[in-house]
Ligand binder design. Structure first.
Ligand code: C2O
Ligand code: CU
Length: 486
């Protein structure tokens, strides 16, 4: 898909978009009224080797692995309450699966190899089918050898529209990735090397938005843009500053939050995280504003420029509300919640591989690390997706996970099958008790999350730095009495 043409067609749609959204809403309401079954949206994804024009000419196209020949893969778009059916064909030379990141799907549709399904063999296929209970910004990616399959380009956006949307002029999705490209424009094939695994993962040298190096993004005075940011990078954390603008965060990981400006003016996205922004573009025709990424100290870079076109959409910003309607998660009962402690260990520390500083597990962890498993959850380094659960939760009960990052590194910690509220950081209550499915833990940070364990099955709980996950930072949380699959 070509970004430039996409923007051109969006541009011509700007003035008509409010009307067409209303029409769409009307049509889908009529569809709901006529039938009891939710509408089914059908999609096909074919995972296969292909090429993508990542670096601009004269660089050649880059050999990638892609869904339907596209990086990112095709957008899957549905409406809250719909049923989604996705036919996946595997044209890679290795097994794969597709995981619907952040969506609360039934366990058998979660796409975790061996744990929730037999992986899709080379030349095999599998059809996923599930309802989408929550609106928001999600994404899909393989869960088999993700550090290479995602790293080579297999990922795509999954957008669930609200039945009652907010008014915007454009709804834009930016899927971020970063690539480790060689001088010849090809992907460096050093996936899963021990240095990346023991440090901050595979951070690349080329950042793309929707599979391209995007230099400019055209905007118009007065337009209100909903910008859905998705971080599909293996390991890079983004910290975006929109100079001259005041973006409002309206959702995190798909889940609505009271609209607010990002703290310190910086929108932070760890791997797998999503942030929905509403931005009123109030610059003047001909002006340019730089969006910078300032996350890594002394590695700040200009991401792109917002460039104001000659026309304007309106002179004053829209006054309509931007708060989204909340989703359908059950509210955890904090008084009755049972607490579990989770500790994260491992990786390089002060130039040495470090095991558990607290003593007990130290010897066994050091031995495990010598064998190449570098990261631990409660003292265990995973060597595959099937393992004994680190904790067993009763279905329907509220829980608080008291998580401690004992390492020197950031970790975006993701739980499958549920969204959770982040209730404290280093003992301080969070301001918004935000719902997330992936929480970025800072080095040494303590974070408490809470949720109702309402989705039965064995669910992955892991770091989304894919090299950390591959080197052991992954566990299973069981909800309900038995494994859903034997
Ligand atoms: Cu986005 Cu277990 O994954
Ligand atoms: Cu990690």
């Amino acid at each position: 898909m070509n970004i430039a043409t996409k923007q051109l067609s969006r541009r011509s749609l700007i003035l008509g978009s409010t009307a067409s959204t209303a029409m769409l809403r009307h049509r889908s309401l009529a569809a709901y009224a006529g039938e009891l079954q939710p509408p089914v949206r059908e999609f096909s994804l074919k995972a296969a080797p292909g090429t993508a024009k990542i670096a601009p000419s004269p660089h050649p196209a880059t050999a990638v692995w892609a869904y339907n020949g596209l990086v990112p893969g095709p957008e899957i778009r549905a409406r809250q309450g719909d049923r989604v059916r996705v036919h996946v064909k595997n044209a890679l030379t290795e097994e794969t699966t597709v995981h619907w990141h952040g969506l609360r799907v039934p366990n058998s549709m979660d796409g975790v190899p061996h744990l929730t399904q037999t992986p899709i063999a080379a030349n095999g296929s599998f059809s996923y089918e599930f309802d989408v209970p929550d609106a928001g910004t999600y994404w899909y990616h393989p869960h088999q050898r993700g550090f290479e399959q995602v790293g080579r380009g297999l990922y795509g956006p999954l957008i669930v529209e609200e039945t009652n949307p907010i008014q915007v002029d454009r709804d834009v999705t930016w899927v971020f990735d970063d690539w480790r490209l060689l001088r010849n424009g090809q992907i460096s094939d050093d996936f899963g090397n021990r240095h990346d695994e023991s440090h901050n993962g595979r951070v690349g040298n080329t950042v793309t938005i929707n599979g391209r190096i995007l230099e400019e993004f055209p905007v118009y005075r007065g337009e209100r843009i909903r910008l859905r940011l998705i971080n599909a990078a293996n390991a890079r954390i983004f910290g975006l500053e929109f100079n001259g603008h005041n973006p409002q965060i309206v959702a995190l990981d798909g889940q609505p939050i009271s609209p607010h400006s990002p703290s310190d003016g910086r929108v932070v996205l760890g791997p797998a995280m999503r942030v929905d922004l509403v931005i009123d573009m109030m610059g003047n025709a001909g002006q340019r504003f730089t969006v910078t990424d300032t996350f890594y100290k002394s590695l700040e870079f200009r991401l792109l420029d917002l460039v104001y076109g000659a026309q304007s959409v309106r002179d004053l910003a829209l006054g309509t509300p931007i708060e989204l309607t909340s989703n359908t998660m059950l509210e955890p009962d904090l008084n009755a919640a049972k607490r579990h402690e989770i500790r994260f260990n491992g990786g390089m520390m002060g130039g040495m591989m470090m095991g558990d500083r607290q003593g007990d597990g130290m010897m066994s962890m050091m031995e495990t690390m010598r064998a190449g498993n570098l990261w631990f959850i409660n003292g265990i380094a995973a060597t595959g997706h099937v393992m004994d659960p680190i904790i067993k939760l009763q279905e329907g009960r509220s829980y608080i996970l008291v998580m401690q990052n004992d390492t020197a590194w950031h970790h975006p910690i993701h739980l499958h099958g549920h969204s959770f509220r982040v209730i404290s950081r280093n003992g301080n209550p969070t301001r918004y008790h935000e719902w997330q499915d992936t929480v970025l833990m800072e080095p040494r940070e303590a974070v408490e999350i809470t949720f109702v364990a309402d989705n039965p099955g064995d669910w992955m709980f892991h770091c989304h730095i894919l090299e950390h996950m591959e080197a052991g930072m992954m566990g299973v949380i069981r909800v309900g009495n038995k494994a859903t699959r034997t």
